[in-house]
Design a protein around this ligand. Structure first.
Ligand code: BGP
Length: 470
């Protein structure tokens, strides 16, 4: 659709950026924090662990001041579950509560709305030892953790995100959490029973939020990307529908309508993998829980074809596609360039995805991640010339504005990431931030902060409410 006049970004649009606790904070086993699954996993070869990360725990004042300088209207960060509840449930670590109170107050000092992710890949290790999400008790623990957060921070936090990328924890558990489910007899049964408990935990948290904090807004935050068919062969269209259902609609259909997506359900039936842990009353809770918005992370679209008979499955990460026998197979998209780390770049796909999500669910959309991982270079004079990142973000913001002109209602845009941090599985060298953090993979250096070229560029974008993208 061509627009003669583009609509403007709404007044009060939430420009900001994102991080997650385990990737940015450091102080991972100090100050009363208990270990999370991220702290006990073996990091992929050649990448550092999360002990220090970007050390935001000790640099938050400086980081928030830099975000204030960029003009952020929001900062999306996550609360570490095991920093508040070291064993996942029960005893509260007051030092953890104090830290997040201080971080929230620091944001508010600069007029930055805290946007809190309640759970971002870092389940307390103590809960994982007791079966993790496969154990129904973890649902109760999440409700307890939610109640503690709403009670402690709800007077100042208006925007809440339940679970970051539940779909990637289900589809790419190895890459994002270092967990391998293949040891189970019927891995999919185990995984989709965990998934059910997580969906239930999310629904309960949304209901509790509305009950305790009537003015607050809450929504899910999956990784959503439209899936293209590799050709116009009808079989490839089926494959695209299959993967769209499995990676996208399963999560949003449940969050918004409280229903299991039929394509996914019948695929699970075929493998004797439908969740048997659904209890009486669960589906009523799912239907009663209503998000106020849909948040999602977008990096790129996916492309699939229908696999031939007997073509084996493969695994992927959040963006590099996987193949599931008889269901879909990941294909490269020859029309798209790639990042240095092999992720396809598809700004128009961002508009396609926004249009599709809005027309399916009719809820305002908040973008909670979007960005480019690259090997940045700190120059002698302290500058970092990351024009490639500016180009990536500019192209996505342009497409977001076109989506707004198409009638998509948007609340805000938070690229990944506010400051450099540790990637899920590719180390600190895969940088995303507007703010450079001076450390290497294993040499911590001085952790000093530097403004990248994208920092100055984004500041202008925000000051002009998205008009000046030059
Ligand atoms: C998302 C996660 C983030 C972040 C980002 C970039 O899937 O929510 O935690 O890490 O992807 O991915 P990566 O770090 O693998 O490059």
């Amino acid at each position: 659709m061509l627009h003669k006049t583009l609509k403007q970004f709404p007044k009060g649009f939430l420009w900001g950026a994102s991080t997650s606790a385990y990737q940015v904070e450091g102080a991972s086993l100090t100050n009363g924090k208990g270990p999370s699954v991220q702290d006990v996993k073996t990091p992929p070869a050649g990448t550092s662990g999360f002990e220090v990360a970007a050390d935001q725990y000790h640099h938050y004042k400086e980081d928030v001041a830099l975000m204030g300088e960029m003009g952020f209207r929001t900062y999306r960060f996550s609360i570490s579950w095991s920093r508040l509840l070291p064993e996942g449930t029960g005893r509260v670590n007051q030092e953890g509560v104090d830290y997040y109170n201080a971080l929230i107050d620091e944001c508010l000092k600069y007029g930055i709305q805290p946007l809190v992710t309640m759970y971002h890949f870092d389940l307390p290790a103590a809960l994982e030892e007791r079966g993790g999400w496969a154990n129904r008790a973890t649902v109760d623990a999440f409700v307890e953790f939610s109640e503690l957060m709403f009670r402690s921070f709800g007077d100042r936090v208006r925007y809440w995100l339940t679970i970051n990328e539940q779909n990637m924890m289900t589809l790419a558990a190895e890459a994002v959490m270092g967990i391998d489910f293949s040891k189970f007899d019927n891995p999919n049964k185990h995984v989709y029973e965990m998934n059910h408990n997580m969906l239930l935990a999310q629904a309960k948290a949304m209901c509790l939020c509305h009950q305790m904090l009537p003015d607050a807004k809450i929504g899910p935050a999956p990784n959503i990307a439209l899936v293209y068919p590799a050709s116009n062969k009808p079989e490839d269209i089926l494959a695209a529908q299959n993967f769209n259902a499995l990676r996208n609609w399963l999560y949003l259909d449940m969050a918004v309508y409280g229903i299991y997506n039929n394509l996914v359900w019948s695929w699970l039936e075929e493998q004797d993998a439908t969740p048997e842990n659904i209890q009486v009353g669960d589906m009523e809770i799912m239907r009663a829980a209503k998000p106020d918005f849909i948040a999602f992370n977008y990096y790129s679209t996916a492309t699939v074809a229908m696999p031939g008979p007997g073509e084996a499955g493969t695994s992927g990460d959040q963006q590099r596609g996987a193949t599931i026998e008889g269901f879909f197979k990941a294909m490269p998209n020859p029309n798209l360039p790639r990042t240095e780390f092999g992720w396809e770049i598809d700004p128009i796909g961002f508009r396609n995805t926004l249009r599709e999500v809005y027309s399916r669910y009719h809820l305002p959309i908040l973008i909670t991640e979007n960005g480019l991982g690259a090997y940045d270079k700190l120059e002698e004079d302290g500058s970092v010339h990351d024009q490639y990142r500016i180009d990536y973000l500019r192209a996505h913001i342009e497409q977001m504005r076109l989506a707004i002109s198409d009638g998509v209602q948007m609340l805000g845009y938070c690229p990944w990431s506010a400051v450099d941090l540790i990637s899920t599985h590719e180390g600190i060298v895969k940088r995303y931030g507007f703010i450079y953090v001076n450390r290497d993979e294993f040499d911590l250096k001085d952790l000093k902060r530097y403004r990248k070229d994208s920092f100055y560029w984004y500041k202008k974008v925000i000051a002009s409410n998205g008009e000046e993208l030059g």
